[in-house]
Design a protein around this ligand. Structure first.
Ligand SMILES: [Fe+2]
Ligand SMILES: [Fe+2]
Length: 294
């Protein structure tokens, strides 16, 4: 799979190549999805909820990176980072596209995407208040850490997607692999433009709370619309997934707390070489599922 160069490459004169690849996923996302494509209703609606947040969320990540870029000094040591930012934008744009197709299917199933409106309203408020590009970037860094944490769990624990439709497993693992691949780009830009630790942590706590509340609310709405909310099995599945002995909350806690450290970097700890290896292994073993764009 040889990535081809695009005109966007010329935007970074003389930069070295990035290790990031923009890929086009070759999975069919237009064929109608089963109302229950995962092994149970709770997981189906939880993953659906996450997908609903992505087109708006990932556009925000792209915009915040573009907004902060003029603050990055024109120095040779930043050429690699500039190249990585272009690739980051390309990857997030590809994710948006796939999730928009996926979300269009959810709409035909009668699900209502409220999360995108909550996010858009929050973004409009931030613009009205004239939030500094560094603060907007701190918000992106926080979301990128949360998505990298979820991505790590998705790739490491087969049960995250066990029993799901094959193409959905592929789509979520492709997204997870690329989230791990580009997990440090926003953070490196934040550091390079002089972003500080206090603001990074403050915005992280805000994002953590917002994401937990909005993911829960959208999942509940989806379950309500699909008529599965008031079933004991749904609640048991949900509790087991988050708070069971091997629940997502406990598995993710070390990584979630690590972000608070002053010396945090996305490539440390659990998100370090293990994560990167898992992502690269998946991308290599599933190279027939994607085509390199650049
Ligand atoms: Fe993404
Ligand atoms: Fe991302």
């Amino acid at each position: 799979m040889t990535p081809t160069r695009s005109s966007a490459d010329s935007a970074v004169d003389g930069a070295t190549t990035s290790e990031l690849t923009v890929r086009r996923l070759l999975v069919d996302m237009r064929t109608p999805l089963a109302a229950r494509w995962h092994r149970n209703d709770f997981l189906t609606q939880y993953f659906n909820a996450l997908s609903m947040s992505f087109p708006v969320g990932e556009q925000f990540f792209i915009d915040s990176m573009r907004g902060a870029l003029p603050m990055l000094a024109q120095q040779p040591e930043h050429l690699q980072l500039r190249r990585d930012i272009l690739q980051f934008i390309g990857q997030e744009a590809a994710h948006r596209q796939i999730h928009a197709l996926y979300n269009a299917q959810l709409e035909t199933q009668g699900l209502v995407n409220k999360w995108q409106h909550w996010a858009l309203r929050r973004q409009a408020r931030a613009m009205r208040l004239g939030m500094h590009p560094k603060s907007l970037l701190a918000v992106t860094c926080a979301y990128e850490h949360l998505t990298a944490t979820l991505a790590h769990q998705t790739l490491q624990h087969a049960d995250a997607l066990e029993g799901a439709e094959e193409r959905m497993q592929t789509m979520w693992r492709w997204h997870a692999s690329e989230e791990i691949e580009h997990r440090s780009v926003a953070f490196d830009l934040y550091q390079a433009v002089g972003g500080n630790h206090r603001k990074r942590v403050q915005w992280y706590l805000f994002v953590l709370l917002t994401m937990a509340l909005e993911a829960t609310a959208q999942t509940v709405l989806n379950l309500k619309h699909s008529g599965k909310l008031w079933r004991l099995g749904t609640w048991c599945d949900g509790l087991a997934f988050f708070l069971g002995r091997q629940g997502l909350v406990w598995r993710s806690m070390p990584a979630l707390l690590r972000y608070l450290r002053r010396d945090f970097h996305p490539q440390q700890g659990e998100h370090g070489s293990d994560s990167a290896e898992m992502a690269q292994r998946w991308l290599t073993e599933n190279a027939s599922q994607w085509r390199g764009v650049r």
